[in-house]
Ligand binder design. Structure first.
Ligand code: 5GP
Length: 116
């Protein structure tokens, strides 16, 4: 068994985080090093390491995360302009190997500025 991810440890209450939403399937926390005025991380409780590790079994969960991301963006007043980012793999900047969606808003993003 691999070590629990930092996000699992946050979900278990071992590490504090600024939580903005939680239910049986996912939690949403403020990113500790925000890259935009609104920078939230939406994280499934299931510790899927990368998006590419998700299977057909995870389809409903992934769909729920997309809908939830929109709801949370609206609640944080960025529903009309936000960016959703999933880093898949170390080479593109993934640092926590527990699937998470970055919800970014409250600033202008250029087309070229896709990275996090
Ligand atoms: P990744 O680079 O894997 O796509 O994103 C990981 C994100 O998790 C980064 O934006 C980083 O700032 C955030 N992060 C890492 N450790 C913690 C933590 O302990 N608490 C919170 N709230 N965010 C974290």
């Amino acid at each position: 068994m691999s070590e629990p991810s930092i996000f699992t440890r946050i979900m278990n209450g071992e590490i504090p985080a600024d939580k903005v939403y939680e239910d049986d399937d996912c939690i949403c926390i403020k990113d500790i090093a925000p890259k935009a005025p609104v920078h939230l991380l939406l994280i499934p409780r299931k510790p899927i390491p990368r998006l590419v590790d998700a299977t057909a079994e995870d389809q409903a969960l992934l769909g729920k995360l997309m809908v939830k991301a929109g709801e949370i963006a609206r609640e944080h007043n960025v529903g009309d302009a936000f960016r959703l980012v999933i880093n898949n793999g170390e080479e593109v900047g993934q640092t926590v190997f527990h699937l998470h969606l970055h919800i970014l808003g409250g600033k202008l993003f250029t087309e070229a500025e896709l990275g996090l």
